[in-house]
Design a protein around this ligand. Sequence first.
Ligand SMILES: C[S@@+](CC[C@H](N)C(=O)[O-])C[C@H]1O[C@@H](n2cnc3c(N)ncnc32)[C@H](O)[C@@H]1O
Length: 427
Amino acid sequence: MTTLELEITALGAGGDGLAATPDGARLFVPGALPGEQVRVSPGPKRGDGMAVVLEGVLSPSRDRVEPPCPHFPRCGGCTIQHLALAPYAAWKRARLAEALSRAGFPDAPVADTVVTPPQTRRRADLALRRQADGRVLLGFHERSAGAVEDLSTCLVLNPALVALFEPLRALLRGLRAFRREGSAVLNLLDTGPDLLLRLDGEPNAADRSAIAAFAAAHRIPRIAGGTLKGGTTETLAQLGAVSMALGGVPVAPPPGAFLQATPQGEAAIIAAVLDGLPRKLAGKARIAELHAGLGTLSFPLAERARVAAFEGAADAVAALDVAARRVGAAISATRRDLARQPLAPKELDGFAALVLDPPFAGALDQMPALARSQLQRIVYVSCNPAALTRDGKLLQQAGWRVAQATPIDQFLWSTQLEAVVSFERPR
Ligand SMILES: C[S@@+](CC[C@H](N)C(=O)[O-])C[C@H]1O[C@@H](n2cnc3c(N)ncnc32)[C@H](O)[C@@H]1O
């Protein structure tokens, strides 16, 4: 094929337009929208078809809009800025309906998508790269290849974090600890930005004083350091306490801690989780919460029942435990690796409901026990439709049904999709 004209029939899960060649081969057309007539040229082969290059849009969709960010479409942070918000939200809703349908729930009631506004993301994991000439690139990985898109701005992140881009580049330029590769986790807490720099070298005394001066100049209470491999972190500068209110309770997040990406997304998730619980909970009702993190859901849940919270990360569970004890919240926080040691069906007896919020991989190891348990309600917070399909199918096979499902778009203009799905066991 040299160039080809074809019609886009759908928007795929990866945000590419989908089309078929006259002989039926599947084509992925980045940047194209359903209903558009486009001209394409050959691109790389993919396992499930061929990615092609969009040469021109011959008849644009009415849903096409001008992408607002100068870094679009190179930056991997956003994939779908060229689609108007209403069809974008409908596409995300349809993806959740499809994920549940594949799990065996074709008639699941799926609410409209909760879309979060631009400039509200309070957490970013940025890639850092030093060029041969010493220049520092800071941004998200580009969609193609492993390059880093050097960001001058970002329309999804909170401006308080964007304001740190240029000063952070200047700091990194001078650090001996930063040789070629690194990453910066930027969390915006109630006490201000909280930074975790993962670099490929050891900070020396000059690095440490430059980092401390940077923290003071930009009112950053804490900057922590770590290696690219992950693992333990070290406080490099601490000018004050760090704190984040979760369900109204102040918690001290460890460096680089998981936070729900936006305050609006967090509020929508909490509302959907609480709404997914049984209508009536007895005074002494107990709720099991898996993958509790710092307690984003635990504290709101503790307003309704006693919460047995389980979490794998030692520093997160310690922060949750300290905060819960300080305010006397009805939460018992236990460290447990739920992949290696899932809760057994017997341990689940007596809970009025269970809430789980697993990482991207889902909760495959935990699902068989949940399916077989005596539980009547499971509220599943998902950040991966494929894992939700796989895990939901196990519940479907055990006779569970979907009571309600809410898509939540915390990562505006991306292909990511979060959802809160309430499963109930028919009596
Ligand atoms: C999507 S986050 C949700 C955290 C929390 N519910 C919140 O809303 O902030 C997933 C959580 O699962 C935890 N996690 C990941 N793997 C785990 C495992 N094998 N066992 C227990 N917890 C795990 C992570 O540490 C993280 O806190």
